[in-house]
Ligand binder design. Structure first.
Ligand SMILES: Nc1ncnc2c1ncn2[C@@H]1O[C@H](COP(=O)(O)OP(=O)(O)OP(=O)(O)O)[C@@H](O)[C@H]1O
Ligand code: SF4
Ligand SMILES: [Mg+2]
Length: 330
């Protein structure tokens, strides 16, 4: 029915409607820059089903992290609706929101930055359990040991400090912490971008195994489209604060419709050497999100743009089954 993942069972796990986050950027007297509004996320709608991976892709600065953090209310969205299991998160007070956070976690690109360097790995994984009322020390220790085994860390690793781990091990530690309270949704913000390619595959496989075992849904933010192709069920493509295309993974990679998606995908290497693809480059830099172009935001860089594109904003419409595209001419 929509850009969403509503299943026959009814309500999707996560439902996001018309989400906006506008930052107020202060002016500077020294550089004579005027105060302005940055339209970081500007009317984004999608949903994620239980156990599903929705990838969020797009150029740097298009609003992926802001979307992920707004959903968890790690930053307060300007407006919109976010429902988790039908519950309206944006209307909750701090206490009720804290309870909801048991169900939704986030993993960052740089796990080191999000881990307290003075706590041992065991303490770090026990922390969310302690915060959410698992007061019995023996139960906590048992759960921590189980979490360590689930993410492939040895029990001896519990006594180590974060700096004593490799990048891949630290990301495993971040995943163990995220898993501690049995979440239904994990926002993964570039979780493998900082890792070596060989380690990336291990962490990706760990995430897919955990999804298969526990039915966790992922909102998976990534630059690397090869990783996205491997891990996602559906893909949403963002451009300058808006979703321009959302489709099932196979449809998106084999028959993209939005001109921006086509250009993004032309840069992905094809495994079959007999298939020659023509790499196309985006012309120009991304526009300033404080002064987005009129009409279709992509019109300043779109190879298909026509006069109408600068005047009228295209709406996200269903073009083929499950494939939603915002373009006047597709
Ligand atoms: N605290 C802030 N104040 C003002 N502008 C911000 C703030 N945080 C982010 N922005 C702006 O909002 C836009 C979206 O940023 P965001 O970090 O969500 O992008 P992103 O898609 O995650 O990029 P990347 O791929 O580089 O991580 C950017 O233009 C960014 O400069
Ligand atoms: S609406 Fe126009 S500018 Fe926007 S993607 Fe389509 S053709 Fe390009
Ligand atoms: Mg980001």
């Amino acid at each position: 029915m929509s850009t969403n993942a509503t299943t026959e069972a009814g309500t999707p796990l996560l439902e996001v409607r018309d989400l906006r986050k506008h930052y107020q950027s202060p002016g500077s007297w020294i550089s004579r820059r005027k105060a302005s509004k940055v339209y970081a996320v500007d009317g984004v709608s999608f949903s994620v089903a239980a156990g599903e991976t929705l990838a969020l892709v797009g150029e740097s600065g298009c609003g992926k992290t802001t979307t992920g953090k707004s959903i968890l209310r790690l930053i307060e969205p300007t407006s919109g609706m976010v429902r988790l299991n039908g519950r309206d998160l944006l209307s909750l007070d701090a206490g009720a929101m804290r309870e909801q956070r048991r169900e939704m976690q986030i993993i960052f690109q740089d796990p080191y930055a999000s881990l307290n360097p003075r706590m041992t790995a065991g303490e770090l994984v026990a922390e969310p359990l302690r915060n959410f009322g698992v007061s019995n020390g023996a139960q906590r220790n048992e759960r921590v040991a189980w979490l360590f085994s689930k993410v492939g860390l040895r029990p001896e690793a519990m006594k180590k400090l974060p700096h004593e781990f490799s990048g891949g091990q630290r990301q495993r530690l971040g995943i163990a912490r995220a898993l501690a309270l049995n979440p239904k949704l994990i926002v993964c913000d570039e979780p493998v971008s900082a890792l070596d390619v060989s380690v990336q595959a291990q962490v990706i496989n760990l995430l897919t195994d955990l999804q298969a075992e526990f039915g966790i849904a992922y909102l998976f933010v990534a630059h690397d489209l090869a990783v996205v192709r491997h891990i996602s069920h559906r893909v949403a493509v963002m451009y300058l604060g808006k979703i321009v295309e959302i489709a099932g993974r196979d449809t998106l990679f084999s028959a993209p419709l939005h001109p921006y998606t086509e250009i993004l995908l032309s840069a992905v290497p094809v495994p079959d050497p007999r298939v020659r693809t023509q790499r196309r480059l985006l012309k120009g830099d991304p526009p300033n999100p404080a002064a987005p172009p009129s009409g279709c935001r992509f019109h300043t860089r779109c190879p298909m743009a026509q006069a109408r594109c600068a005047e009228e904003e295209p709406v996200l419409e269903q073009k083929t089954a499950g494939q939603w595209v915002a373009c006047h001419f597709r």
